[in-house]
Design a protein around this ligand. Sequence first.
Ligand code: SAM
Length: 245
Amino acid sequence: MPPREWNAASYDRMSDPQVAMGLDVIERLDLRGDERVLDVGCGSGRVTEQLLARVPNGTVVGTDGSQAMVDQARERLGDRVELFAADAAELVVDEPFDAILSTATFHWIPDHDRLFARLHDALRPGGKLVAQCGGAGNIANVEAAIAKVDHPALRGWPGPWNFAAPDETVERLTRAGFTDIWAWLQQWPLDPPNPREFFATVILGSHLERVPDEDRMPFVDAVIDAMTVPLRADYVRLNILARRS
Ligand SMILES: C[S@@+](CC[C@H](N)C(=O)[O-])C[C@H]1O[C@@H](n2cnc3c(N)ncnc32)[C@H](O)[C@@H]1O
């Protein structure tokens, strides 16, 4: 399945929490400022813009599986960043990168072995991969609410997410040829600023594609109603550091 399209304007409005998480991840890149860096799953470009500020003498390239996201990122970044649409699991680059950043993206990609092999080949020898995505246990309380709502169109569907654990991630990165690997989980509970739009765009977008139009916002409301008050999404992040040998 190719990556789906996102509501990019809404994501741009709703992604304050993702930007806050992304800033932490950028710090781990430990940049000098003259590197060639790729942002994989750049979305609407808000984290990419923060990355750009830390590479004043280098090059930033962004890629995303959603053309709408790439267009939204281009609106924000103009020609300061080269942008292209691609499935990260099929990524091929002309010139290797010193570093790859990725935030809030890998859990949308089903085959991490394939993904890591493509990212490995996109790095120069010694190049760094610094990433964060949803990890094992991520938003378990939202998954429980979705199960409670039990929409007929979603029965039997395993859901869109691949929330991996650190151990299996280390094994996959090793198989792909990475070294100096660290992978760990981090709790990041968050109270969405505008729950209806946040849930519809950031969390439940793939679910909504499967339910009839007229059920979409009622489904979002039912999921929110099925959660405890005060509303909190129990985010658990999988952090990844690795180096191409
Ligand atoms: C939650 S957004 C994160 C965007 C940005 N990195 C941020 O932190 O705000 C997830 C992004 O992953 C992208 N994505 C999902 N599957 C993908 C794939 N197979 N290849 C490339 N991008 C993908 C989506 O299009 C979306 O822009």
